[in-house]
Design a protein around this ligand. Sequence first.
Ligand SMILES: Cc1cc2nc3c(=O)[nH]c(=O)nc-3n(C[C@H](O)[C@H](O)[C@H](O)COP(=O)(O)O)c2cc1C
Length: 214
Amino acid sequence: MVSDRIVPQRVLVLFAHPALEKSRVNRVLIDGLDSMEGITFHDLYEAYPGLDIDVAREQALLTDHDVIVMHHPFFWYSTPAILKEWQDLVLQHGWAYGTDGNALRGKFLMSAVTTGGKEDAYEEDGFHGCRVRDFLLPIARTAWLCGMTYLAPFITHGTLHMTRERMAEHAADYRRLLQALREGAVDLTKAADPDLAYVNRDLSSVLPEATDAR
Ligand SMILES: Cc1cc2nc3c(=O)[nH]c(=O)nc-3n(C[C@H](O)[C@H](O)[C@H](O)COP(=O)(O)O)c2cc1C
């Protein structure tokens, strides 16, 4: 039924956690991603412990993929430092944006974020005052500037006291989403809706039925 809209996409997960040895949740989320077919898992702190980012290598990786997932814990309402450094160095004028800067045009960008704060703390009337996706506005606008479509983020809220069972559920949802992105099976129009607070608020609404079975 969906076969005529399935076009395999090359998915790049740009992962950044500066203290992975202390991680509880992200360790579970990334477990096995490096062996998923069609997914390139790229750990930035592992590749560049001194933040000495290889710009040519990163640009080649971006060129080779259609969907870029920036995966990180939420640190001070933002990304860990290496992802900012990565943006500053890799997204060059004349390559990513500006006159003749078309290298990323037509690609998709998604954030995958873990937050200590619980879901209700990221409501407009909650403790943090707005949605996680609102804090990610600089990344969404960067995607727009580079001609990319920004998709609603995949968010794992409330990591601080999360049970192993809940972590496993989030990890299963994340894999299901990545797999569907890989298969070109995600409803990208729905996933790109700016009103969608996060894509896993109702994952079934963007995934084909078969992919949604747990
Ligand atoms: C430096 C630092 C800043 C943080 N800032 C935030 C924040 O702004 N909002 C939030 O909800 N959680 C924040 N946290 C909590 C982390 O997001 C949380 O510990 C992480 O998502 C858990 O993932 P992990 O188990 O893989 O480390 C922060 C944690 C650290 C260490």
